[in-house]
Design a protein around this ligand. Sequence first.
Ligand SMILES: Nc1ncnc2c1ncn2[C@@H]1O[C@H](COP(=O)(O)OP(=O)(O)O)[C@@H](O)[C@H]1O
Ligand SMILES: [Mg+2]
Length: 134
Amino acid sequence: MIEFKNVSMQFSDDRYAVQSVDLEIQKGEFFVLIGPSGSGKTTTLKMMNRLISSTEGEIYIKGQNVNDYDIYELRWDIGYVLQQIALFPHMTIEENIVVVPELKRWSRNEIRQRGRSTFFKVNLPFSMIRTFNH
Ligand SMILES: Nc1ncnc2c1ncn2[C@@H]1O[C@H](COP(=O)(O)OP(=O)(O)O)[C@@H](O)[C@H]1O
Ligand SMILES: [Mg+2]
């Protein structure tokens, strides 16, 4: 569960990117944030994994304040699809897929399994698994 309690991000004396947000997202819920450009969607998302700090209020993930998490562990557990491409061009597709399991020091076997199952999930041809992004 993700909870925002009276969360604001104030960037100057009288200007807020996000002001007094309260929300609760349940485990497994499909939650969509919709709003015009400049309404604070990106700031709201980035405050969840502390890419941007809130200036007021509290954010909890699984009952724990995001400020009390080890920042790396917090970020490794949050998937984030960027608008711009963000692959490591010097690494194979497989290596790109397993960046976080590598950082988390999963076993070789678990890493290989996850790389492959992810590949199959998105229907990429398996012959591409060791190819590069250029
Ligand atoms: N650090 C900042 N300094 C100045 N303005 C900011 C800053 N962060 C966000 N803003 C402004 O806050 C508003 C919300 O931004 P943003 O979260 O990117 O909106 P969205 O993703 O919904 O388009 C925008 O008007 C943006 O220009
Ligand atoms: Mg945005």
